[in-house]
Write a protein that binds this ligand. Structure first.
Ligand code: GCB
Length: 646
């Protein structure tokens, strides 16, 4: 049987499928501390795409056994970055199958010679399926392109000991009906039209399937007995902040733990001992969203100190976790943060930019946060996958509220509701909650975007995913993003907040702006009457070519985008007095998609261009968001938040 991406995938990537849930390891973000070091492996890696018809030469010839340059030509490839848009090769841009990355790493002596040191390789994200070798030894395998995974490589590098090692990562971007997001490989067998063996990757989502090592890759150390996981939940009793913590230690059963909570000035405000407990913070500074309070995003530091006995003697580990004290609650018609109604005035984003594709970039991160604050946005949804950990950290620090969405997008096929898909979806939710559970900015989990949930199996599928997510984290509400076209939505009964996308006067009634108000009102009233839950307008927008002007407004012009937004806003202004608790524009910035006749080099519904320059609608939205901030801020302060911060 010939190897094909889909078949090869099935052969080489099944290890995680169907495995019992309950993840190994806590996946704490690697931070330096007196007991921990880190070494970033960002920069240029050697790279090769396996263009063989079977895509399996790399495995047949065991490219991981020797330096990649010895098995054929290599390219220099930046990490983090997608590989697609870096070069001039159109075939590489649309490549489907295995690509190989490799990097030599120099190891400090103290990492390899001190056997009380644990050395861990951490990959921030590799899209989509990854296999990792160190010096030719298989150390890790991971399915899913947007969440981190790790391998303990201490034994490997301490045998010798080695002064350097070779990290090889093979990544397959093939999407199948059972991946998240799903996709299908279409074989074009008509030899009058296509060459032999021709296939394309088909997807049902509207963003380019960028691939590669998208986020930082690094090595870090801990002692062999170490703080593996910390879970913090917070509550407030009058003005006392309650910080509940739970700590998991690995590598020793004989340990002691000291926990201290420090305020932003470094004063110790509460202390505890043991692996679980509650810290009480009198007159606590709460974590408030940006623009909701004059002192938003207040963070405390939870310092955890572990001392332990190991076979090699006493050891100590230190980890400091930034935390915010805040509460989240939902009523039939409100979303409450710290007991006060919160109105989401924000955006949907993508991790997307010229050249680097979905690759993490510090300059882009800062630019986007500066734009969000300029805009007066207080929130975003991580459409349509979890974003980099560094993004979430900045949300905590700047008070930008996050609806954290998993990659459950484009679920349209019946096979994608199978038990196999369900098991993987549950696993992804576990990995996402494990990674992001301690971020005060994350106020809600989103389990999917616009699945065709009117298909019969979808009801029980989403009931299971939503119930499982609530059990994983009872401290946050759960949503599922639906579409106004779906009259009956089998996922919605189980969610806490309804997120609904609609594109009136764009995908229907082209050019007829005048129907928006009526259609939007009907949408809101129907959903609320049926389910009695708060609603967020989680997407709305219009394709807009920057610099294209038409008055009276015509589709694709900047004027049309502004007029469409303004009509949505008039209804939102009425309904936010009742049960609508937020509005998120589609989209923050233009972004790359597959090539289709509907897209002009990508989706152009951004209020900023892909290069982050404003279209006229950005100014309209800015006026609105600053006005909303002043109207909807927490009434406690009686202070003009916008003047104070702008
Ligand atoms: C949607 C999707 C989003 C698309 C958007 C559009 O409903 O959730 O991924 O990009 O519409 O522009 O069509």
């Amino acid at each position: 049987m010939a190897w094909t991406p889909a078949r090869g995938w099935a052969v080489l990537g099944p290890l995680l499928w169907g495995c019992a849930l309950a993840l190994q390891g806590g996946m704490l973000y690697p931070r330096e501390s007196p007991s921990r070091e880190r070494k970033e492996l960002d920069g240029l890696w050697s790279f090769r795409a396996d263009f063989s018809a079977s895509r399996s030469h790399g495995f047949e010839e065991q490219w991981y056994q020797r330096p990649l340059r010895e098995s054929g030509p290599t390219l220099d490839m930046p990490v983090p970055s997608s590989f697609n848009d870096v070069g001039q090769d159109g075939q590489l841009r649309s490549f489907v199958g295995w690509v190989w990355y490799e990097r030599e790493v120099i190891l400090p002596d103290r990492w390899t010679q001190d056997l009380r040191t644990r050395v861990v390789l951490r990959i921030g994200s590799a899209h989509y399926y990854a296999i990792v070798w160190v010096n030719g030894v298989h150390v890790a395998e991971h399915e899913g392109g947007h969440l981190p995974f790790e391998a303990d490589i201490s034994k490997l590098v301490q045998t010798g000991p080695l002064s350097s090692c070779r990290v090889t990562i093979a990544i397959n971007n093939t999407l199948t009906p059972h991946t998240l997001p799903p996709g299908t490989i279409l074989y074009k067998t008509d030899t009058n039209k296509y060459p032999k063996g021709y296939f394309v990757q088909d997807i049902n989502f509207d963003f380019f399937n960028y691939a590669g090592l998208h986020r930082p890759v690094l090595l870090y150390t801990t002692p062999t007995a170490y703080i593996d996981d910390i879970t913090v939940t917070t509550n407030v009793d009058q003005d006392t902040g309650l910080v509940n913590y739970q700590i998991v230690i690995q590598g020793s059963e004989h340990f002691e733990l000291q926990v201290r909570l420090l305020d932003a000035e470094g004063n110790v405000v509460a202390q505890g001992t043991g692996d679980q407990g509650q810290l009480q913070v009198p007159a606590a500074h709460l974590w408030w969203p940006y623009l909701m309070h004059e002192d938003p995003a207040y963070l405390y530091s939870l310092e955890v100190r572990m001392t332990a006995q190991t076979a090699m003697g006493p050891t100590a580990d230190f980890y400091t976790l930034p935390i915010g004290i805040r509460t989240v609650a939902v009523t039939e018609s409100q979303f409450l943060i710290n007991g006060k109604p919160f109105y989401f005035h924000g955006v949907n984003k993508h991790e997307d930019l010229d050249i680097r594709g979905r690759g993490f970039d510090w300059a882009l991160l800062m630019k986007d946060f500066n734009l969000l604050r300029w805009l007066g946005a207080n929130s975003f949804r991580t459409s349509h996958y979890p974003y980099a950990e560094e993004v979430m950290q900045l949300c905590d620090r700047y008070g930008i509220v996050v609806i954290d969405e998993c990659p459950g997008v484009g679920i349209v096929l019946v096979e994608s509701y199978s038990n196999r898909s369900l098991q993987h979806h549950l696993q992804v939710m576990e990995e996402m909650v494990r990674r992001d559970k301690n971020h005060p900015a994350v106020v809600m989990w989103s389990v999917a975007n616009e699945p065709t949930s009117i298909l019969r199996p979808a009801g029980s599928y989403f009931k299971t995913v939503i119930t499982h997510t609530k059990a994983l984290d009872p401290s946050r509400p759960v949503t599922f993003v639906t579409n106004s076209n779906y009259e009956e939505d089998l996922g919605v009964p189980y969610v806490d907040v309804i997120c609904v996308n609609s594109y009136f006067s764009w995908y229907h009634d082209y050019g007829h702006l005048e129907v928006i108000e009526l259609q939007l009102q009907t949408q809101f009233e129907n959903w609320h009457r049926t389910y009695r839950k708060p609603i967020i307008q989680s997407e709305y927008g219009a394709e807009t070519i920057a610099g294209l002007h038409q008055d009276p407004p015509l589709m694709f012009s900047e004027e049309y985008q502004k007029s469409l937004l303004a009509r949505y806003h008039s209804v939102l202004d009425e309904k936010r007095k009742e049960y609508v608790v937020g509005e998120l524009i589609w989209n923050f910035a233009d972004f790359m998609t597959n090539q289709t006749p509907q897209r002009v080099v990508g989706n152009k519904k951004g209020i900023f261009t892909r290069q982050r320059q404003p279209k006229s609608a950005a100014f309209l939205l800015r006026e609105r968001y600053w006005r909303l901030a002043n109207e909807t801020r927490a009434p406690a302060t009686g202070h003009d938040v916008c003047k104070a911060i702008r």
